[in-house]
Write a protein that binds this ligand. Structure first.
Ligand code: 0O2
Length: 204
């Protein structure tokens, strides 16, 4: 398997998607309104993780293109309501097709994980012509991202087998992150006003 050649359109997709999504953020800024997008990150899944995922899903190397998160982009938002706005914006684009949506916010995972996932089919123009790749866009609040990042690194350390006390604390932390999002939503209007005042002050 020539991984460099295989992964190249996925790399291209991640780079293009990052530019396009950062463009949305800039447009919110130019409009002078609250940005539904706080920041955007992206990555191509490392080869060892691709091989692990194939094994985990009982797929062979020939089915590698069925994995939908080789290209992954993550959009972080300040508020849960911003996620809805981003999902709406993404559904209405015509540069890719949304093939599946997974709402792990209304239906959080057993682990406590919360996030909104969109699987898209994204066309990349290459020297061989158009090549379409699957990509996963994860949309989450800063609090959801904080929890998921910590849980992900602990998962790596414990190989998914958390000691009971860590498991317990992670569930409590997930609950705390949920409450933080709820509290922030409640005082959202006040925060928004403060941000407008702050950016006016910065400009003057
Ligand atoms: P990485 O390192 O982020 O690439 P499954 O894990 O089988 O239930 P599935 O069907 O493969 O999920 O895809 P899904 O539901 O879209 O979730 C895949 C990705 O979502 C994961 O990718 C993580 O990025 C994130 N995710 C899902 N569940 C959890 C969780 O409990 N904790 C954290 N921290 N992240 C989660 P990878 O390939 O697992 O990892």
């Amino acid at each position: 398997m020539d991984w460099e050649k295989f992964l190249d359109p996925y790399r291209q997709a991640v780079e293009e998607l990052k530019i396009k999504l950062k463009g949305l953020r800039r447009q919110f800024e130019i409009r002078g309104t609250h940005s539904a997008i706080e920041f955007v990150t992206g990555r191509v899944k490392p080869v060892p993780s691709i091989l692990d995922k194939l094994k985990q899903k009982n797929l062979t190397l020939d089915q590698v293109e069925d994995l939908y998160d080789i290209a992954g982009v993550r959009i972080m938002c300040q508020f849960v309501d911003d996620i809805k706005q981003v999902v709406h914006l993404l559904r209405n684009r015509n540069d890719f097709e949304v093939v599946e949506e997974k709402d792990y916010i209304s239906n959080k995972k057993e682990s406590g994980y919360r996030s909104y996932h969109m699987i898209i089919r994204y066309p990349v123009q290459t020297i061989y012509g158009k090549q379409t790749v699957l990509a996963e866009i994860q949309i989450r609040t800063l609090a959801m991202n904080f929890w998921a990042t910590i849980e992900h690194s602990l998962n790596y350390k414990y190989n998914g087998q958390f000691p009971d006390d860590i498991q317990f604390r992670l569930k409590r932390a997930a609950e705390a992150a949920f409450l933080l999002d709820e509290e922030m939503s409640l005082i959202r209007e006040e925060i928004r006003e403060a941000q407008v005042v702050f950016s006016n002050k910065k400009e003057s």
